[in-house]
Design a protein. Structure first.
Lengths: 161, 161
């Protein structure tokens, strides 16, 4: 059984190893690969409206945040980021996190969800977001210097809630 | 004659009234209309790679910033924001600021420039950016709650440098 619950301050010690591995790899998130734990905490927790963890008997296996994507007149649209532990991939956890985030975002009053920077090279994510109701509303050419693939495009993806 | 020069710390007292009026109006920038001077300083100066002012005999009539749009693998693309004083509109100052910013961005090593949130309602800006080499690479539906026009789309605009 998996439970998704709001993350408390103490959970960051469990979240950080997942973030660190993904950020250090530098091939999916537009984050400095050398980001410190303190800056990652600001990015994933302090600057978020809410942060969640997915927990199984094996421990914390995933996490996501919800943020307001733009302040002022853009504040009705949220942004989310998701990370699943490498040991827990292929079990549909990202899909469960995203479905949960859509419910939470509605509950928080958001009218739409936007991903600003989905790498075209991240086929699995692009397919999954399409399956979960997102459409590609923009394509930024050569947006990301992928460590193996060179410059790849990034998509702006969007769905109403 | 107009001169565009790097802004020093003391220039923010001249920049702030222009920012304040535009942000308070809440119809072009995705910024909290009630933003404080301190937060506007962080947004326009501290968080920018560089900030500039346009000066004529009449004083400071415009300003812009250059920022790295995304960290990590996205750091070769910059973002800029421009504001022209209401008393100086219609003189081509925004075009001069943008041309200047493209030169400065090249000098700083950026390979492209991206605007993340150009309101579809801001016809003049959209036309100007097209004229200055930007293409619309994305359209975010109902992205902005315009105080007079209700929900309007926002464009993602992009040009190589």
């Amino acid at each position: 059984m998996m439970e998704i619950r709001a993350a408390g301050p103490d959970d960051f010690d469990l979240i950080w190893p997942m973030l660190r591995d993904v950020f250090r790899a530098g091939d999916t998130y537009a984050v400095d690969p050398r980001i410190s734990k303190a800056k990652a905490h600001a990015y994933w927790m302090t600057q978020a409206r809410a942060t969640y963890v997915a927990e199984t008997d094996a421990g914390v296996v995933g996490t996501y945040y919800i943020k307001t994507n733009q302040p002022g007149g853009g504040a009705h649209i949220c942004n989310c980021g998701y990370i699943v532990s490498p040991v827990a991939r292929g079990q549909g956890i990202a899909a469960m996190l995203c479905a949960h985030s859509q419910d939470e975002a509605r509950r928080l009053g958001y009218q739409a969800m936007q991903f600003n920077f989905v790498l075209a090279s991240n086929d699995g994510a692009v397919r999954l977001w399409h399956r979960l109701g997102f459409e590609t509303v923009g394509t930024i050419p050569d947006a990301f210097a992928h460590p193996q693939q060179g410059l790849v495009d990034a998509y702006v993806m969007y769905r109403r809630l």
